[in-house]
Write a new protein. Sequence first.
Length: 330
Amino acid sequence: MKNAGGADRLSMARQRGVAIITVLLIVALVATLAASLVWRELVAVRDVENQRVAAQTMWVERAAVQWARQVLREQAATSSAVYMGQRWSLPVRDLTLADFLPRNVLSVNGELAHARISGEMEDAQAKFNLMNLVSRAGPSAPFQINAYGLGAYRRLLSSLGLNPGLAQLTAAHMLESLRDGAGANGWPLQLVTVDDLIRIPGYDARSVQTLKPLVTVLPDFTMVNANTATAAVLTAAIPTLSAGQAQTLIERRNTAYFVSTGDIATVLAAGTTNGMLPTGSLVGVDSGYFIVHCRIVSDRIDTRVDTLIARYGVGDFSWTAVVWVHRLTS
């Protein structure tokens, strides 16, 4: 009998042990499920917050671009020449968004209250435009290689120690890519940025990096702005121009900007000119394309947006349009 009673007690102890273990397992399972649900909720909330920050940051970027477009329209109404020192060329550095945004916006998302915005505008026509390698007589006429643009690019490549033969290869690529159906039937894709030059045989990473500060790709045939271009670009854009003459032009514009191409010709000929530049010159004193560089930074935001703006018309009848937007977010 004693052995039977001991066995019963042992069995009951085992059952209680099993019950306790079962309860502990259930509690652990419930805790795991609860933690999983809480984690999912936290992830969902964070995702919504990130989307809200991204959306509000995008609207701040758009506001900055709209401000830049207004500045460019105002500049066109006051001067027919584009030069450094005008309002468009003045950079903005580390402005706190809280000083400009309405309080109700800041109350919805305090992240913007701590964000800082910086920006500047770049005259895109201070660089040599690769679209100058081709041109056409009219909207419906076929594209052809432009001899003046080809010569200018050759001079630029030579001055940089690069193969001048790349000019012909690049012009041929541009010509083929501008055909109807470019990108199909084996035809090359159009160049969008200077980085795309790497697709053309003969270019390497070093040559592309060398060209990036001096070359751009714009939608149309454009003149180089003598009021903003570097000496290397001026030397390429004006046939027979020497490095010394290019430096003379830069020193002159630092004192008084060029109002017309006649001003440039006068400086080069020391007052004995007929107001004409050498044949094949690709320079002017105005610009129709600008790149807006905008960066917004906070503890959770680090985004940079580059926007190409085109300006058309003259004076009070000018208007602007966004050509492309390139966003880089860290």
